[in-house]
Design a protein. Sequence first.
Length: 277
Amino acid sequence: MASRHPFHASFLHSSILASIPVDRILVAAAAALLGGILNSIAGGGTLLTFPALVAAGLSPLVANATSTVALLPGALSSMLGYRRELRGAQKWTTAITLPSVLGGLFGAWLLLHTPGTTFNHVVPWLILGATVLFVSQRPLLAWVRRHETSHVDDATVTRNGPTTALLGWQAAVGIYGGYFGAGVGILMLAALGFMGFTNLHRMNGLKNWGGFCMNLVAAIAFAASGIVDWPVALTMALAAIAGGYLGSRAAQRLPQASVRTAVGVIGLGSGLWMLFR
């Protein structure tokens, strides 16, 4: 009987279960280490890990799922690092949990039911779009601050809680996060800025919580579907945790402008490589 799953059995055996040479696993681990560092300093780690996995021989679909699972522990540690900033913001964390979870789950479902050829055609544009979003993060947030009209302080915004429009936006961001995910943090930060937040630490805490929720359900869905390459994912997870620790130590020493420029160049190169390969 033919399988209802969009991926053919031979694809699964050849792309997931086949062993990967040790040198390729080491390349993926190095990318995860750098990705963890970048996520701690400036974000954009997926723009390193995803192309590295594709270059290591994984299909784009499997690479996306494996990268999501591999970076989840780093997302958890990053979220815990901002737990102090979330004190008093329970109304926000509670409100954005459901749209983040539902959006992430639906996005993961879309990915699992997208034919491999379709995703292969879409992913270069997702990488290029995420790269543009990443390099424009600071000007975008500056623009948000200039056009923010509520003129209330963070305490008032926190006490009032999120609007229905923001929760709808969070659900839409969650769908994208579950499907691919690069740049979701920037989208959430921009929305929080429009709501009137000025405390970037609290904004990062809320962003990390929402991102963790959508990535968690997406990772569970990918793991249950059987498209995660576990030897690579576990190796990368350890490297990403180490990278997150190193990044938190180096965050105050490295010039973020240089880091952003490097990530932008890598993202642009990766997107063009995926487009023309």
